[in-house]
Design a protein around this ligand. Sequence first.
Ligand code: AMP
Length: 392
Amino acid sequence: MKILSVNAGSSSLKFSMYEMPEEKVITTGVFERIGLEGSNYTFKINDEKHKKEMPVSNHEEAVKILVEELINYNIIKSVNEIEGVGHRTVHGADKYSDSIVINDKVLNDIKSFIPLAPLHNPANITGIESFSHILPNVKMVAVFDTAYHQTMDKVHYLYPVPYEWYEDYAVRKYGFHGTSHKYINGRIMEILNNKELKVIVCHIGNGASISASIGGKCIDTSMGFTPLPGVMMGTRTGDIDPSIIPYIMNTTGMTIDQVMDTLNKKSGLLGVSGISSDSRDICQGIIDGNERCKIAQEMFVNRIVNYISMYNTELNTADVICFTAGIGENGIEVREQIMNKLGALNITLDKEANNIRGKERIISTSDSKIQCYIVPTDEELMIARDTYNLAK
Ligand code: AMP
């Protein structure tokens, strides 16, 4: 059974096609600069990349080309072979604690959540509508970034603001990257053959979030009402004092939109270092003697260590800490610096084991009180799994 896993952004469309239930990747690819000058798309088949540049004016056109190319490349013989399309959908609010087959009601709900995710849900909706038009007989499934975190209790998801803000305006912590946190929890419970594990997942990429789970149920997570809070990220601040916002508006004349844009896109590693949001550039900057890169890196590590320590207390000592996403999987120095600061938790790094990028493995020594693992994430596969289960 062939399943497509898709992630629609405002001008992009990423896709992976799987043979399920074997979980075999048949092809992956991306459409970029949709509706803009220089639009192009890439298909990866048998490790070979095929790139074409041509005008793609909207997402529906991209989906049409995608289906035609699947046939041209002999990946499918007809559209009837596609039996499900899973859509990464950022916000499911507190209505969706799991993936769901999309019907009119679900689509209207996702539209009603736009005020909660104005940057993401509109693009996800465009993706859903485009595929529904081109493949009207295929089951569409929404896989929500927020769903995994719906098991948090009120103590963890409420903010200490007037209760009416929660009741009347849905102000609460939702958490994001849920598909990744769910995947990593499932994978580590499988590796250690234990369904009761207390796990801290450090999803550290350009966006970063930490979660605490027991037996695959989320207890707490670092992102909040939006993906802005929690640990410091590539371009996002993580936790800051909200009083900074009116202060900067009043002293600089910036508008609320300009300040929020700065907090989301020009802060974090980029804002502090002044040179880059990319962890590799920060590490190189440190080697080159750049003092601001050094501070940025120390802040980045410090905030992750603080969240791990806090969640370890909440879990009454974690069994496992997992590192995942771009930096978590590949950032040898970053992992080493984080683990070296966790001595108070009796964690010890196996320096040799840690000297690796992108591979699943244990990186703590055998006498470490908490086992630490690198577990590469696979959100696309998770979307394909949920879609297969709902479409089969
Ligand atoms: P993501 O958002 O998960 O794609 O992660 C992006 C981050 O991963 C960037 O900060 C990259 O610097 C980092 N990253 C990717 N590859 C490597 C690598 N080989 N070594 C260190 N960091 C990496």
